[in-house]
Design a protein around this ligand. Structure first.
Ligand code: AMP
Length: 128
């Protein structure tokens, strides 16, 4: 049973198509574990996505079913991308949206990496 309320993995999701090369992306980095590319709708001067090379719906799914090697390889790739983009000195933010309350739109695990300017508070203030 799915751990995350998102259902089973859909091979037709947009990131699955990018991984198969059926949809183009502006690639930043690729290794055995991960693919990174620029977000199509950037929310910061630098906004890239890092996705694992596997059929994981969400972080909950990944944490539950990926191997230690797959988890290590993926998170190392996140750090490598930040390093390659030169974001480490000034700093950056990683974000994973998970499930409905997290606002996850694409049901293939992805890490957002933001940088290039001060990013402000961690969450927008709720209306009074
Ligand atoms: P989330 O809300 O965390 O699921 O984020 C999904 C992200 O995927 C959004 O920031 C979108 O702008 C981005 N996105 C959707 N389609 C594409 C695409 N074809 N190439 C690059 N980024 C995309």
């Amino acid at each position: 049973m799915a751990v995350d309320g998102l259902g089973t993995y859909d091979d037709n999701n947009v990131f699955a198509k990018i991984l198969r090369g059926e949809i183009p992306c502006k690639k930043v980095y690729e290794d055995d574990w991960a693919l990174s590319f620029y977000d199509i709708n950037p929310q910061a001067p630098v906004h890239v996505l890092i996705i694992p090379k596997g059929r994981w719906v969400s972080l909950a799914d990944f944490a539950t079913s990926a191997s230690a090697e797959q988890i290590a390889g993926f998170w190392r790739a996140v750090g490598t991308v930040a390093h390659q983009l030169g974001l480490e000195q000034a700093g950056y933010r990683c974000l994973v949206n998970m499930g409905e309350n997290g606002g996850q739109e694409v049901a293939h695990l992805h890490v957002h990496l933001f940088g290039g300017a001060p990013l402000g508070p961690m969450l927008a203030r709720r209306g009074a």
